[in-house]
Design a protein around this ligand. Structure first.
Ligand code: P6P
Length: 340
């Protein structure tokens, strides 16, 4: 059986490169290990499901007006506890909290901010579908206690990002800006082991990922792109396409990092009327996933600009998302540009 290195060994081997890049490898690696500990605990709760009494609705809504699952709240609490104890954080912002969480007095503070979707795809949790935790680490630029505004940095400022996918295997996929590495949880050891050393997205694909229930509301460029894929060999693409929709961004993005594809959660006429730029949140869904995609050789775009270049104005800001295999995202960008 292949002798695999642990996440900790990988981080130690990677430290010299981070130091050469002027990054604080010790601080970032300590934070990453705290994030991994949180993911192991959340994975255990997800794996036990009903047996752990964590399924079902929490009976309240989050700031997005979405029904919270019990596990949304539990995962949020676990993530806060495990990451603040690393002593590397000045604050935590989460999909599940209206405002950021300041690291309390008595807990060692650090120079990083973290944004998190503690349980992405939680509507899948009661039906045993894929879910995940998505995180993004930003520098805290001042000595003072952070405000919500301190989190409003573009995706280009990220220093660490990744997700933990809770599916048939539990996998941690991360980037420090030097490529993408994937780790699989060895449940017996309770350790993440390096299993996907240098994840890259194939430049081309014949697989798209979108919730086709909203087709009647799509704007012209998206409608054109999907119609052409669906026309297959009889249409202008001269090839047949496949479709996948996991109902969890982590599940779809992971598949694309493994075998290529293009993921779309675009704006549409419905959202435009509601004054929403999209469904997915910039700070803790689109930005970390966009950085992973670009680090793996893919692209990530809103239709108007690269996701990583968006200057945030609100903590829970939403953006249109299309990301994955470069050739397909480039085609979508072209359709958006020519339509406008
Ligand atoms: P829909 C999960 O709620 C999420 O934020 C993403 O993980 C997922 O891709 C999307 O929403 C699913 O949205 O409209 O298909 O339920």
């Amino acid at each position: 059986m292949t002798q695999r290195i642990t996440l900790k060994d990988y981080l130690n081997q990677n430290a010299a490169l981070l130091q050469e890049q002027g990054k604080d490898a010790d601080a970032l690696n300590t934070l990453m290990l705290g994030i991994a500990d949180a993911c192991v605990d959340i994975a255990d709760l997800v794996r036990h499901g009903e047996l752990a009494g964590v399924l079902g609705a929490a009976g309240q809504e989050n700031v997005q007006g979405e029904e919270q699952k019990k596990l949304d709240i539990i995962a949020n609490d676990v993530f806060i506890e495990k990451t603040q104890d690393t002593g590397q954080l000045a604050g935590i912002a989460s999909e599940e909290m209206d405002h950021h969480y300041p690291i309390p007095d008595g807990v060692e503070k650090g120079k990083y901010l973290i944004t998190v979707d503690p349980l992405d795809g939680s509507s899948n949790i009661d039906v045993n579908g894929a879910t995940g935790t998505i995180f993004s680490v930003l520098p805290h630029m001042s000595e003072d206690a952070p405000t919500d505004a301190d989190f409003l940095q573009s995706g280009e400022q990220q220093v660490l990002a990744g997700y933990c996918l809770f599916s048939s295997a539990t996998m941690l996929v991360i980037t420090f800006g030097n490529g993408v590495a994937g780790f699989t949880l060895d449940i017996e050891q309770g350790e993440f082991l390096l299993s996907h050393e240098n994840m890259t997205v194939p430049k081309t694909t014949k697989e798209f990922s979108i919730n086709a229930a909203y087709a009647a509301h799509w704007h012209a460029p998206v409608k054109r792109y999907i119609d052409e894929c669906v026309q297959g060999e009889q249409g202008p693409r001269d090839a047949n396409f496949n479709m996948r929709w996991a109902g969890s961004m982590v599940g779809d993005v992971h598949r694309i990092l493994c075998r290529g594809g293009v993921f779309l959660y675009p704006s549409d006429e419905r959202m435009q009327k509601a004054g929403k730029a999209g469904k997915l949140r910039l700070m803790y869904e689109a930005n970390p996933m966009a950085w992973l995609m670009e680090q793996a050789g893919g692209l990530a775009h809103t239709g108007a600009q690269s996701i990583l270049s968006v200057d945030p104005t609100e903590l829970h800001q939403r953006v249109p998302v299309m990301m994955g295999s470069a050739d397909e995202v480039e085609r979508l960008i072209d359709y958006h540009t020519s339509a406008s």
